[in-house]
Every structure is written in C-alpha cells, then in structure tokens.
Ligand binder design. Structure first.
Ligand code: FES
Length: 96
C-alpha cells in the first residue's frame, strides 16, 4: 500500500544569466525571495514593487507581477519585471 504524497507546491526553474545560477521558485513565491533562499543577493530596496531597484529583464517565461508603481507599462511591454513582486507562472530566464 502506498501513501499519498503530500501535495507538493508547483515549482519552476529560474535561470539567472548574469549570476550564472539556476534556482527553484515556487509558484506562490516571489522570485526575489526564492533567490535569497538560494543564497543569492539580488539588488532590492523596498521589496514591495514600489522603488524599481530590482527591475530585471525577463528573457523568457511568464510571471504574475503585482507592482506598486515601481515600473512603467512601457517597461513591462519591453520585458522588464520587478522580481520582488513577480511569481513565476512558467520556467524563467532572467538577466540578473
Ligand atoms: S525592490 Fe523595490 S520594486 Fe522591487
């Protein structure tokens, strides 16, 4: 008889091209904090989507982002994200 495994949260792979690292990020976790958990220090300040310090270029993948004034629509259209308020909805490649 096999036990039912605990329902594992969905995780995605996040590749950080400048750091040369690949980390795991849960679907319910902001990328910035997943990076911190993995021992990576990414530039950040407010950690609430307000200041723009953590703005990073999303090379591939999709995120669920909830910014609070720290990024312009024009920048979003150009592929920039705020990693402090972005949760992955697919595997990601980020220029960081
Ligand atoms: S750290 Fe301020 S917007 Fe992300």
């Amino acid at each position: 008889m096999s036990e039912t495994p605990p329902s594992a949260p969905t995780t995605f792979k996040v590749q950080l091209t400048l750091s040369g690292r690949e980390i795991e990020c849960r679907a319910d976790q902001f990328v910035l904090f997943a990076a911190k958990d993995a021992g990576l220090r990414l530039p950040c300040s407010c950690t609430r989507g307000m200041c723009g310090t953590c703005k990073s270029k999303l090379i591939s993948g999709t995120v669920d982002m909830t910014p609070d004034g720290g990024i312009r629509q024009r920048e979003i259209d150009q592929g920039w994200i705020l990693v402090c308020c972005s949760k992955p909805t697919s595997d990601l490649v980020i220029e960081r």
